[in-house]
Design a binder for this molecule. Structure first.
Ligand code: NAP
Length: 255
């Protein structure tokens, strides 16, 4: 069995889905050579589990990255590049995001801007700055078909960002969050179209409603179950599934 990808980077991996992605990748049967687990801040209990993983497993490399700060993203690229020692980055998972429950009545411009900055500007900025390393990985793989083991950007989206499904899943308005993820979906489509010829796959994934700080205890799905599904979906991505929107079980979702 070969690893899902030789070199992987996950944003927002100090807790929730990001942390579980790092755990299952490194504890899987064929772990990547490097898993760059990025965090904003490791102080307090939020960073403890990730620090323990990094202490136990050498492939886990802790990298500071605040997705909304260009200086921080560029410093992370430098650090990752030096650790890769001439190799490319195969898989970038844009997982970091923030939520907002603002309704039409409560929404403020500042909150719209803040959520857009994290959930849309962040992932596109991270993708743009890591692009040379992704292109390097694609070139190393040559004529191989598109896949996560070659070179890929995965954007963690959500079903509630689907414009087509909106009328079915509008129990909670969440204007800033929904609008930001709809925009992230468009970013995903644009990246997929633009980067296909460079050998880079780009797909949006809905992880399900998951028990994390964001998903809350009310969520039906455990983080272990969601991430197990996501990793199996990622392993099956190909030319046919670049530029699509899939859930954690591999079901196709409308944009
Ligand atoms: N949980 C669900 O039910 C659910 C459903 C659909 C989609 N999703 C999506 O799945 C992804 C992960 O969600 P989750 O439930 O694991 O969320 P979470 O538990 O709230 O964790 C969010 C992660 O994002 C990081 N983050 C936030 N802003 C950041 C920034 N500017 N730079 C870098 N990192 C930043 C957080 O870091 P700090 O600890 O520093 O804040 C944290 O590590 C998100 O994209 C979310 O939208 C989740």
């Amino acid at each position: 069995m070969s690893p899902l990808a030789r070199n992987v980077l996950v944003t927002g991996s100090n807790r929730g889905i990001g942390l579980e992605l790092v755990r299952q990748l490194v504890e899987g049967p064929d772990p990547p050579e490097h898993i760059f687990a990025t965090y904003r801040d490791l102080d307090g209990s939020r960073g403890k589990a990730l620090q323990e993983l990094a202490a136990k497993y050498p492939p886990v490399r802790l990298i500071q990255l605040d997705a909304v700060s260009l200086a921080s993203v560029r410093a992370a690229v430098k650090e990752v590049e030096s650790q890769l020692n001439g190799r490319g980055l195969n898989l970038l998972i844009n997982n970091a995001a923030i939520n907002s429950y603002a309704t039409l009545q409560s929404v403020q411009p500042e909150e719209m801007i803040s959520v857009f900055t994290t959930n849309v500007v962040g992932p596109i900025q991270v993708a743009k700055e890591f692009l040379p390393l992704l292109k390097r990985a694609a070139e190393e793989a040559g004529k191989e078909e598109l896949s996560c083991s070659k070179a890929a950007i995965i954007n963690m989206s959500t079903k509630v960002g689907s414009i087509e499904l909106c009328f079915n899943v509008l129990e909670i308005p969440m204007y800033p969050y929904r609008a930001s993820k709809a925009a992230l979906n468009m970013v995903t489509r644009c990246l997929a179209a633009e980067l296909k010829d460079a050998g880079i796959l780009c797909t949006a994934i809905h992880p399900g409603w998951v028990k994390t700080d964001m998903g809350t205890e009310k969520a039906p799905l455990t983080v272990e179950c969601s991430v197990k599904g996501i990793l199996s979906v990622l392993a099956g991505l190909s030319q046919a599934t670049t530029g699509v929107f899939l859930d954690w079980e591999g079901k196709s979702l409308p944009w």
